[in-house]
Design a protein around this ligand. Sequence first.
Ligand SMILES: Cc1ncc(COP(=O)(O)O)c(C=O)c1O
Length: 377
Amino acid sequence: MNLFDVYPLNNIEITKASGSTVWDANGQAYLDLYGGHAVISIGHTHPHYVERLTTQLNKVGFYSNSVLIPLQVELAEKLGKVSGKKDYHLFLCNSGAEANENALKLASFYNGRKKVIAFKGAFHGRTSLAVSATDNPKIIAPVNETDNIVFLPHNDEAALSAAFTKYGSEICAVIIEGIQGVGGIKEASVSFLQQIRALCDQYNAVYIADSVQCGYGRTGLFYSHDYAGVEADVYTMAKGMGNGFPVAGISISPKFKPWHGMLGTTFGGNHLACAAALAVLEIMDQDQLMQNAEKVGSYLIEELKKIEGVKEVRGRGLMIGIELPESLPNVKKDLLFKHHIFTGEAKPNVIRLLPALNLNKEQADHFLNEFKIALKG
Ligand SMILES: Cc1ncc(COP(=O)(O)O)c(C=O)c1O
């Protein structure tokens, strides 16, 4: 049997990893500023993480949501504290798409409506409704097509007002990333998020903050949406939550009342997933990783803005987009194969930095030096 060939692969096999360094099968070291797509939050093979997972695996790795799992309660308490949403409730699942799917479903159960507002450039995942709310017709299969999603231009306050005037109480939810990731590191403006909050309140629609990529402390705040000073009704999270162990969740405002069977999953919130998520939050808290993300990220952004040849630098904390001119199409590839630095990308020519939140200044400086050389070709 062969693999179903859906991923364009770099010809590199990673055999060892530690912190923000990974090594290939030939022993070549790479600086990892991609974190396997914003997933590595506390660094590869962090000793506390490895220890907590190993200890848990030796006790019990998995049991379903038919028994008491005190680790889930511990995780909810810790997440409430670190995220500043102590009165919210946690539902655990397994991936970013599943988190968004559940958030949209919860919204629809709540107000009985169907229409969802999403934005140009958005990426919310590949499951049925999440992919319908994703602005990429190529990955929407005919069976996923629906009239329930209304796409609006990003950060366009007049268009948002007009949509609420037109659809009014048909609108179930507004789903928005605090900073679009796949869309090229585009931040939702403070006034736009405030307007979403106000209109959702006015029409009893649900404000869903997709924090799958921009959340979990990456920008210096736990949820990047909270820069706007207003709270969402539901925050979805995944990627950084388990530092590589598949775990995701939704943080739900107390206004939603659960009933048995309303949401569910076999694997979500299993013992190992909770141990991984707890290890991440413990390290984030203990080592003040949100503060570090803010500090090292601001430094990187400031320095990148000084570099000649860069079209634009966008983002916050350690979620950074470097837009390059069309005349420099090979920088990402060169960074990887000549300078041994992993980065992400977005169309048309944006380099995305999504490193672990404990990236240090020396590593940032190493990148800046190599990047300047790579720009010269
Ligand atoms: C903002 C956002 N939402 C949702 C997802 C989907 O997450 P997953 O791939 O874990 O399903 C992603 C993945 O890149 C994302 O960036």
